[in-house]
Write a protein that binds this ligand. Sequence first.
Ligand code: ADP
Ligand code: MG
Ligand code: MG
Length: 253
Amino acid sequence: DSMLKIQNLHASVEGKPILRGIDLEIAAGEVHAIMGPNGSGKSTLSYVLSGREGYEITEGSVTYKGKDLLALEPEERAGEGLFLAFQYPVEIPGVPNTTFLREAVNAVREYRGEERYDALKFMKVLRARLKELGMSDEFLKRAVNVGFSGGEKKRNEVLQMACLEPSLALLDETDSGLDIDALKAVADGVNALRSPDRSFLLITHYQRLLGYIVPDKVHVLARGRIVESGGPELAEKLEAGGYAGYLDETEAA
Ligand code: ADP
Ligand code: MG
Ligand code: MG
């Protein structure tokens, strides 16, 4: 079963072409990794898939669970089970983590025509998710991400993901180094949530993360196109050789 099918996707930002013909298909249950040099368009791809403003699709199509993804509003995409983990988690002073998570889950439930969870019911759901993830509940009452360590922010993101029970999770894992604690939090979470009807697209500059999550497929994005695809061994090749062979025009200049 196809979860996501991207065909000849072209996108521009402020009139500048960034994605220049992306083809990618992810089956249900698969974990794919997209790697690539800085500036190759990795984050642009995740923003386009999540429906962020300011990205103009100039050509191509994206089919998600048989639907035209690009025709859906961002909230509809979330309602349909698309989860985007943000590259830089926001801090929300004054809002308890639990309240934030409940609102996120209830927004999706409303979209699906399901009854909203009240505080008590949600707490039960939340405790079940924590147990599945082997996570402690100590930071639930703290304000969203405020004063969290890098690892805690990542664990919190994984908890959000688990609560939303996505069909497809996109994780853009930054160019700025995650510490080992944060990397492991992401990896443990993804591994715990892998299932035959859930797919993951991990976007990562670094091979390190793929030492903890063994992807089904690895793709190299360079200059807005997927220029190579393979299995986990492709990540090892990049580990050894870096991106020298795939340099972006900007970096090569
Ligand atoms: P990556 O995540 O692979 O490092 P990005 O998707 O962030 O790459 O960026 C791809 C290219 O698009 C870069 O050349 C970047 O400068 C450009 N770009 C990204 N966002 C904008 C923007 N808002 N305005 C202009 N150029 C942008
Ligand atoms: Mg970048
Ligand atoms: Mg990026």
